[in-house]
Design a protein around this ligand. Structure first.
Ligand code: IPD
Length: 299
């Protein structure tokens, strides 16, 4: 019910701010200790730090105390083999530090992302960037909001976000991701080329958006689309914890989450998203990705 959702939002934002403090503490510790405490997962660009694990432990414990019967899917638990099955029950879906590479480098765009799914649908999301003190929230049927520096909540999208007639006027987020195999990267870089290059000057099927950006955090890309600073975010192969909170924040701000005709997707957390096998695209207000020449292959 809405009052349950309000309690849940209070619990989740308090938890996100607590996790944010630990992320800041970790950032300080990492900058002093240079590269120590940074480990590689599947390759030298897929990073995890002791703080990813610490933040997840904190969040997991508080959720266990507050909502003992609810499911928990977390990036680090999942990577270490503690894989909670995807069910229709209410489940927290958490990325303790989304933007770990930024976190390691001191690039101040990293966040805690806490989403809640019910019947596999994202119903509540909180994304908190402690470096900028930006807190994004989205609740099913109740809109999305941004609180900056403890100020008043601003409804998203912020005023000034204008509808766009075409992708050619859009600012588009893309990500390189951590899968750097030629088969994946070629599809991505071909899509980037078609989005950035001039079709009148040699780029076949190009649409030449205004420009491309990478925030280095899937959750913050979603949040920035919700805010209105980005028109679209496109990435192949996100994981459930990267997108869960962002999906509802973007949807509640009027955003549209979609796949392609070969690879349909509506923002629900499916088994394929959970296991990182599906590509995902979020559209702000530009025309449809299928018309954009973006490659829509599964990975
Ligand atoms: C990654 C970031 C990155 C995106 C990857 C994610 P992590 O999450 O969101 O921007 O390109 O797909 O896996 O590893 O920093 O939690």
């Amino acid at each position: 019910t809405p009052s349950d959702l309000r309690d849940l939002l209070r619990f989740t934002t308090t938890l996100a701010r607590k996790a944010g403090n630990l992320i800041l503490e970790g950032s300080e510790a990492i900058s002093k200790a240079s590269a120590s405490g940074v480990n590689e997962k599947k390759n030298s660009v897929d990073l995890v730090t002791e703080y990813d694990v610490k933040v997840e432990e904190l969040v997991k414990q508080e959720i266990k105390d507050g909502y003992p019967n609810w499911g928990f899917i977390g990036e680090e638990s999942y990577s270490s083999g503690a894989r909670h099955p995807l069910t229709d029950e209410p489940t927290f879906c958490v990325d303790p530090i989304d933007g770990t590479t930024n976190f390691v480098h001191g690039f101040p765009f990293a966040c805690i992302s806490i989403g809640i799914i019910d019947q596999k649908k994202p119903v509540l999301g909180v994304v908190y960037n402690p470096f900028l003190d930006h807190l994004y929230t989205g609740v099913k049927g109740q809109g999305s909001y941004l609180i900056r520096n403890g100020g008043t909540a601003q409804k998203l999208p912020l005023t000034g976000a204008r509808p766009l007639p075409s992708l050619s006027q859009a600012l588009v987020a893309i990500e390189w991701g951590s899968d750097r195999k030629a088969s994946i990267l070629t599809k991505k870089s071909d899509s980037f080329l078609r989005l950035a290059g001039d079709p009148d000057n040699g780029i076949e099927k190009g649409r030449m958006a205004h420009s491309l950006r990478s925030m280095g955090s899937a959750a913050l890309n979603f949040a920035m689309v919700a805010q209105g600073g980005l028109d679209m975010y496109w990435e192949i192969g996100c994981w459930a914890w990267d997108v869960c909170a962002g999906v509802i924040i973007a949807q509640e701000a009027g955003g549209f989450v979609t796949g392609s005709k070969d690879c349909p997707h509506d923002g629900n957390i499916t088994e394929e998203i959970l296991t990182g096998r599906k590509y995902l695209v979020i559209r702000g207000i530009a025309d449809t990705p299928n018309e954009s020449g973006i490659d829509a292959q599964k990975r």
